[in-house]
Ligand binder design. Structure first.
Ligand code: FMN
Length: 142
């Protein structure tokens, strides 16, 4: 799901304790224990992680109305073997130009939980919910 959605909403904590939330289209699974995203233009997120590594990421399928939330610790990499491997993977899989990458953020996932919309509480199936939202989102595009 993380791979197919290709969009995570990343929450960090500002030094004054207030929340900060921004989308990262580069959110991907790195390995069994880590997610990764690229800092292409995320100075706030990176600065926040330097103060406090706490991070929470939501990845939600807006059609099926389901998703995951990941709680973890973020580590900012700007050089080294791991950084090079991350940048290389994005270059190979997505054609991301290495010179666009300011840093790579590796998130050690401490807790994963499912997100499910209350829309399912009435007993609707996933197919019914998806049909409704697909129609609605398509209508908005038209
Ligand atoms: C759909 C979408 C995907 C984005 N993906 C990324 C991304 O993968 N990496 C990134 O650095 N910025 C990405 N951005 C831009 C940041 O979200 C934006 O620059 C934001 O203001 C950064 O906030 P921050 O500095 O508090 O992290 C994306 C924006 C949108 C709308």
């Amino acid at each position: 799901m993380v791979t197919s959605q290709g969009l995570g909403f990343v929450a960090t904590v500002r030094p004054d304790g207030t929340p900060s939330l921004s989308p990262k289209g580069t959110t991907e699974i790195w390995d069994d224990d880590h997610l990764v995203f690229l800092d292409l233009h995320s100075p706030g997120t990176v600065a926040n992680l330097a103060h406090n590594p706490a991070v929470e990421i939501n990845v939600v399928d807006p059609v099926r109305r389901k998703g995951y939330r990941f709680r973890g610790l973020g580590e900012v990499h700007t050089e080294g073997e791991l950084y090079e491997r991350i940048v290389e993977r994005f270059r190979q899989r997505r054609g991301t130009r290495p010179d666009r990458v300011r840093s790579a953020v590796l998130v050690r996932v401490l807790e994963t939980s499912r997100l499910i919309s209350p829309a399912y509480e009435g007993g609707a199936s996933e197919a019914e919910i998806a049909a409704k939202w697909r129609a609605r989102l398509t209508a908005e595009e038209a």
